[in-house]
Each structure stands twice: as structure tokens, then as C-alpha cells.
Design a binder for this molecule. Structure first.
Ligand code: PRP
Length: 238
């Protein structure tokens, strides 16, 4: 939580910053960079154009390489490239002041974060899916998922019994291999379901990317973060 103490930390003195010209939350030599948690992979590809149009310097994100910590050369932003599930954790602990993540991740974990903007990008659905052909599932199906809490809540709300099987990925394999009768998973294009002979049975919810902000950082770095929220909100509406 050291980064949250104030904007007058020694850290910024050891790392001179040039006067920034960024549109969003512009910085100058007297402020440390804003730490931003980003999800690696497909969602980042969808997010990057929106972040750019919101005024964030994203050239450093487009550079190839495996570096997970990327500092914008002008000094205004420090990006951490994370597994999507870890973005809220970094922001909630204050290691990053701001983050961008799919709402599905927030639904599953219940973090204490300020979520000021739904970005409307990275749109997908959490669905219940099963074999496209064959017998209907049993009355008490085995359901494989990495969305354990979402799945339990959804079945409980319907009063429908089931056996939960927690997995961490490639859940479409579970019905194919006989491990489970059904899956709850996220679907974007539907291609993974199709290629694994599964079909959507029900949509549980629609999700897209959201901006998340550490609650203490919002108070301590208000002058920096509020303009960024406004810029991201404006970019998400265009
Ligand atoms: C997600 C999800 C599906 C796939 C859906 O997997 O779990 O497998 O994307 O996308 P589609 O509808 O466009 O085919 P991810 O790539 O995150 O990897 P995972 O299976 O390891 O979770």
C-alpha cells in the first residue's frame, strides 16, 4: 500500500518525469506515474484503441516482448500486464490505482472497488452450455466451470440441484471427455463451443470490460484520476 500514502513519495524524486502532454489525467514532473492494471490477451486487444482514444499513451503496450511491467517513456503511466483474474486484486490492494477488467471477473470474486465506467468493449456472455446433440442432461447435472460463485448463485436462484466441478480453463473439454454434463463459461464468438460440439442452453448474463479504481487512490490522487475517468467515459461513448 506504500504507493497510496501520498503524491510526495521519495519514489517520484528518484524517477524524474518530463512534463506530460497526455490528454487523460495529464501529469507533470511533480507527480509519480499512475499505475494501471491491464488484462493480458484478447481483452487488451479490444481495450487498447479505447484507451488510446481516451488519451492514454499506449504505444508501449503495442511493443512486442514478454515484459510485464511497461513504463510510458513520458513518465505518466506505468502499466502492469496481468492475468485477467488478478487485475482486481492489484487494484484493491493499491499496487495499481486503476485497472481495466471484464465484469465477469468482478462478479465471481466480489472485490471492494469503485467501478465508474462500463466501457462497452470486450462484450461477451456467461452461458450455460451442453452437448449440441444427444440426450438431455440429468435432473442433477454435473456442471464444470471456472465461475464457481456465479454458477452456484444461478442454480440456487432457480432451486435447481447440481454437482459443481471447479476447473481453471478449457472447460469445454469436460462434457466431451465425460467429466461433466454441462459447462458454465464465457462466450464471445461462440467458436470454441462450436468446435467442441457444444451449444448455448441459456444466457446467464452479458458482460463487458469495466474500469476499476482503488477507493483510497481516488481520494489521494483525485486530481489525477477524475480527469482520467472522464476521458475514459467519453471515449467509451464514441
Ligand atoms: C475463453 C472461454 C472460452 C473461449 C470463448 O477462454 O473460456 O473457452 O474464451 O471464446 P469464443 O466464444 O470466442 O470461442 P480463454 O481463451 O480465456 O481460455 P481458457 O479456456 O483457458 O479459459
Amino acid at each position: 500500500m506504500a504507493r497510496r500514502s501520498s503524491d510526495s513519495e521519495a519514489g517520484r524524486r528518484s524517477r524524474p518525469l518530463r512534463r506530460g502532454t497526455e490528454g487523460a489525467g495529464a501529469t507533470d514532473a511533480s507527480t509519480p506515474p499512475l499505475s494501471v492494471a491491464l488484462p493480458k490477451g484478447r481483452l487488451l486487444e479490444a481495450l487498447e484503441p479505447l484507451l488510446r482514444s481516451a488519451g492514454l499513451p499506449t504505444a508501449i503496450l503495442r511493443q512486442p516482448g514478454r515484459a510485464l511491467l511497461r513504463d510510458d517513456p513520458r513518465g505518466g503511466y506505468r502499466y502492469l500486464l496481468l492475468k485477467p483474474d488478478d487485475v482486481p486484486t492489484y487494484v484493491e490492494h493499491g499496487t495499481c490505482e486503476v485497472g481495466f477488467v471484464g465484469r465477469d471477473v468482478l462478479m465471481e470474486r466480489g472485490h471492494d472497488l469503485y467501478c465508474p465506467v462500463d466501457l462497452g468493449v470486450g462484450r461477451c456472455r456467461i452461458v450455460l452450455a451442453g452437448p449440441a446433440h444427444g440426450r438431455p442432461p440429468p435432473a442433477q447435472p454435473r456442471v464444470a466451470t471456472k465461475y464457481v460463485n456465479v454458477t452456484q448463485s444461478w442454480f440456487a436462484a432457480r432451486g435447481q440441484p447440481m454437482h459443481l466441478i471447479a476447473l481453471s480453463g478449457s472447460v469445454e473439454l469436460a462434457p466431451l471427455s465425460g467429466l461433466a454434463d454441462l459447462v458454465v463459461d464465457i462466450v464471445e464468438t461462440g467458436e470454441t463451443l462450436r468446435q467442441n460440439h457444444l451449444a448455448v442452453l441459456e444466457t446467464i448474463c452479458d458482460v463487458s470490460a469495466v474500469m476499476v479504481v482503488n477507493r483510497s487512490a481516488l481520494k489521494l490522487r483525485r486530481a489525477r484520476i477524475l480527469p482520467l475517468i472522464r476521458s475514459v467515459r467519453a471515449a467509451s461513448r464514441t
